[in-house]
Structure formats: structure tokens, C-alpha cells
Design a protein. Structure first.
Length: 254
């Protein structure tokens, strides 16, 4: 049986779903950081995509079942790695996935950008986060998610001027997220989440469903490369053909 008392940091009652009373917002810093909104619904599906979501962390007094700990509870769906016809390994779900559902985290080695730039040959496993995520992936996300552009403008107001960027490299170390392919018409998107520290340069990169996804449909997200963006160690432009098969395919991954 569902108990509202366990919802978020044990802060009590609500006037309407996912919006905390003004008086009670101050009792949960995590809710306040999300603009007073709880980004997930009762089923744990995201309803307020943002360039950055704060979840309750180890210092919060709420229980593990708190509705602001969605991504920390791990993978909920039975995911399968399978061999695609033209793009190597891919990932699909054996069951249907509702829109807004958490799929998995993109996991790998955490590198400073300078180190990542020295690693060539596995560019599709490199995931820029932090500053570069804000400037690149969030822009792509704003085209896919209504309201994201306004959210990004509000968060671009300044965070102390840190400039060091970071990259997640899943080429040699990672989880099932490293097998999820690119598509120009994806059914997943990347969402920044913080819960165990306050450094916006190093968010957890979480993948969520953009749509209702039927069983056995391949899971994909947009890698958000720009054409002619990737270069080799000699500065020459690298090109990679895109085989996503979408009617909106640009023809190249980068």
C-alpha cells in the first residue's frame, strides 16, 4: 500500500501531484533544488525533464523507497544484449517500457577531457559530461523535450566559473549502457542526475525512455555528435557512417 509519508524526505502532504506545499519545500533541500517540483511520478517515471535533477542522497533521512531515489534503485527492466543486422551489438527490453522510465546509467572510466582527447579509436564510447554536457547534449535534449530550453537558460546563470570538463569512457569498463546504439530518431535520452555530491561537472548520466517502448524494440539514444566534430591525433577530421535506418538519419554519426 502506498504511503505519502514515504514520498520525499518524509515531508508530508501535497496540494497536487509532485508539487510540494510552499511551507514544506524548505524541509527538503532536494525538492528545493529541483525548483520545488518532484521530477518523478508515483511509478518512478520522469515527468519533469531538466538539464539537471537532484535526487535524495546519503545525507537525506528519507527511506530507500523515497520517490526521489529512482535511479539509485538500479535497472528495473529485463534488458537483453543482442546482435543487430548492421551495427554490432545492441540492447532491447524483453518487456514493454512506459514513457519516462529509468533504463540504466552510462558507466565507465571518469577522465578529464585532456586525457580523453588522447584516447583515439573508440570515440563512440566517450560521453562528454559536466560543462560539455551543458553546452552540447542539453541543447540537443531541449529540441526533444518541451520546456528544456528555458530550464537550460536558468541554469546557465553561473556556477563559479569552473572550466575543467570530464568524459566517461566506456570502451574497456562499463555496464550494459555501453552497448546501446545511436539513432537519429532515438527512444531514449540522457539525463544529468546528482545525489552523492554537489559537483555539477561530474553528474551521473542516466538514460530514460522518451516514448512507450514495446518489447524487443532496440533501445537507442542520440550520441549528439556534430558533423566534423571528431578529429584524430593529427587534427584530421574523422568520419563515421550512421546505420540507424531512421527516416531522419543524417547519414553520418560524426
Amino acid at each position: 500500500m502506498f504511503s505519502l509519508s514515504a514520498f520525499v524526505c518524509q515531508i508530508g502532504s501535497f496540494e497536487e501531484p509532485n508539487v510540494v506545499k510552499t511551507k514544506e519545500r524548505r524541509n527538503c533541500a532536494c525538492v528545493a533544488k529541483n525548483g520545488g517540483e518532484i521530477p518523478y511520478n508515483y511509478d518512478g517515471n520522469i515527468v519533469y525533464p531538466k538539464s539537471l535533477i537532484y535526487e535524495c542522497g546519503p545525507l537525506c533521512k528519507c527511506p530507500p523507497a523515497c520517490y526521489l531515489r529512482v535511479t539509485q534503485r538500479g535497472i528495473r527492466f529485463k534488458l537483453e544484449i543482442f546482435k543487430t543486422e548492421s551495427r554490432g551489438w545492441g540492447v532491447r527490453s524483453l518487456s514493454s517500457i512506459p514513457s519516462g522510465s529509468f533504463i540504466c546509467e552510462y558507466v565507465g572510466e571518469l577522465l578529464e577531457d585532456k586525457e580523453a582527447e588522447r584516447r583515439t579509436g573508440n570515440d563512440e564510447y566517450l560521453f562528454d559530461i559536466g560543462n560539455k554536457y551543458d553546452n552540447t547534449l542539453a541543447e540537443g535534449m531541449s529540441k526533444l523535450m518541451p520546456g528544456m530550453e528555458k530550464e537550460k537558460e536558468e541554469e546557465d546563470g553561473g556556477d563559479g566559473g569552473e572550466t575543467t570538463g570530464f568524459t566517461v569512457d566506456a570502451a574497456k569498463k562499463g555496464n550494459i549502457g555501453r552497448f546501446i546504439n545511436h539513432s537519429c530518431s532515438p527512444n531514449l535520452y540522457a539525463q544529468n542526475v546528482l545525489y552523492d555530491h554537489e559537483d555539477k561537472r561530474i553528474p551521473h548520466v542516466m538514460l530514460f525512455a522518451m516514448d512507450n517502448i514495446p518489447p524487443l524494440q532496440e533501445l537507442t539514444y542520440h550520441y549528439n555528435y556534430m558533423i566534423d566534430q571528431v578529429r584524430d591525433v593529427n587534427g584530421n577530421i574523422k568520419k563515421k557512417i550512421c546505420y540507424c535506418g531512421s527516416s531522419e538519419c543524417t547519414g553520418r554519426l560524426y
